[in-house]
Design a binder for this molecule. Structure first.
Ligand SMILES: NC(=O)c1ccc[n+]([C@@H]2O[C@H](COP(=O)([O-])OP(=O)(O)OC[C@H]3O[C@@H](n4cnc5c(N)ncnc54)[C@H](O)[C@@H]3O)[C@@H](O)[C@H]2O)c1
Length: 354
């Protein structure tokens, strides 16, 4: 079996590629990436040492994908992953990579009759609807009041029943269009497809930036020093996300791949869930505990047009279908990230510190 991981030098792609190769040593695992994300080049040594073949290429080019050769499974992790992409700037890169690039990947998958695991995002849910949830402040976080619920939301999180009408950012729109395209490829050409709409993913080798990968960024700034701000929603740091360790995502993909058949099409919300939900202010306390460093964090009340105050994943459907549930706690996850930052400080500080 050959697995092609597009975006295979990125945080999620490289982690998955190495774990698949570790557990399925007879399998050819190829990581395909154009190394656009700063820090992705650091994956090349890890991939080589882990027995994963690296192919430099761009999903925007069908010829590049063809050069990676035939495959049986495609794990699509290449993306412009920032929800802020295209705001005040051209949408060209996010559109060409996330949508045209996905189309090129689907065409290759059709040619080779491969199965597809597509990493979608919680950001396919509309911004205005998520902002209008009746949240209340409880200590240092926003939360859904006990007993409150509506279509697709409750204190347990957001499920796939959450209504899809409304604007969601260009990033979210390209992901949702990608899901629709993948569904058509399953229906028309018999591709087996699983779409996982992931909430925040984190773990070692995430090259965190302000607009994407905030867990790694928060940890790194505590350890290496630098600026952090609570941006938006009053600038208090009360906004909440649930966080899933990339190892937990891998365990899910293994299960899904084990039973995925031609023509199947599944869509799940996947994330750390209620137990792994945290506000930025709480994350600061956890990082202080792990690093022994206390930073001055400024508040910037203005909210970015794409930002949302609260997102927690309701894993009910994916757990019912696969028996999978997150196993890595938030504190274990932070321990992992801090150990990684300490071990590779020399190469990481220029990228993640400031
Ligand atoms: N990290 C998260 O919290 C999260 C949450 C939900 C969904 N996702 C999705 O998971 C996938 C992986 O995200 P990530 O966090 O690893 O991001 P990442 O930026 O670390 O990885 C993406 C990789 O894609 C590569 N890439 C970008 N444009 C490319 C192109 N045109 N051709 C080939 N490679 C290209 C980048 O160089 C990078 O290595 C993305 O599809 C993202 O939308 C991530």
């Amino acid at each position: 079996m050959k697995i092609l991981v597009t975006g295979g030098a990125g945080f999620v792609g490289s982690s998955l590629a190495l774990l698949f190769k570790r557990d399925l040593p007879d399998c050819d695992v190829v990581a395909f990436d154009n190394l656009r994300r700063r820090g992705s080049e650091l994956a090349l040594v890890r991939l080589r040492d882990g027995g994963v073949t690296f192919v430099h290429g761009d999903v925007r080019s069908a010829t590049d994908i063809e050069a990676a050769g035939a495959f049986d499974v495609l794990i699509e992790c290449s993306a412009e992953p920032s929800v802020q992409a295209g705001y005040g700037a051209s949408p060209d890169y996010v559109f060409q990579t996330n949508l045209v690039g996905l189309y090129n990947c689907l065409e290759a998958a059709r040619k080779y009759s491969s199965r597809l695991l597509f990493l979608s995002s919680s950001r396919i849910y509309p911004i205005a609807s998520l902002r209008s949830l009746p949240l209340v402040v409880e200590n240092t976080r926003l939360t859904v009041p006990p007993g409150a619920e509506g279509l697709g939301w409750s204190g347990n999180g957001i499920s796939t029943d959450f209504p899809l009408t409304g604007s969601r950012s260009l990033y979210g729109a390209t992901k949702l269009c990608g899901e629709h395209l993948a569904q058509e490829y399953a229906a028309l050409y018999g591709l087996g497809v699983v779409v996982n709409r992931c909430g925040v993913l984190a773990g070692p080798w995430q090259m965190g930036k302000v607009d994407q990968g905030f867990i790694a960024l928060w940890c790194a700034r505590h350890l290496f020093g630098g600026n952090l701000s609570y941006i938006g929603f009053g600038g208090m740091g009360f906004q909440v996300r649930d966080v899933l360790h990339v190892d937990d995502l891998y365990r899910l993909l293994r299960i899904q791949l084990g039973s995925l058949k031609s023509g199947d099409y599944f869509t799940f919300n996947v994330g750390g869930g209620v137990k792994n939900a945290v506000s930025l202010a709480e994350l600061t306390s956890l990082c202080e505990r792990c690093s022994g460093v206390s930073l001055e964090i400024s508040g910037r009340p203005d909210t970015h047009a794409a930002d949302i105050p609260w997102y927690v994943t309701d894993n009910g459907a994916v757990t019912a279908a696969t028996n999978w549930r997150p196993e890595v706690s938030l504190s274990q996850l932070l321990d992992d990230v801090f150990s990684w930052l300490s071990e590779y400080r020399k190469i990481l500080e220029p990228i993640l510190g400031h």
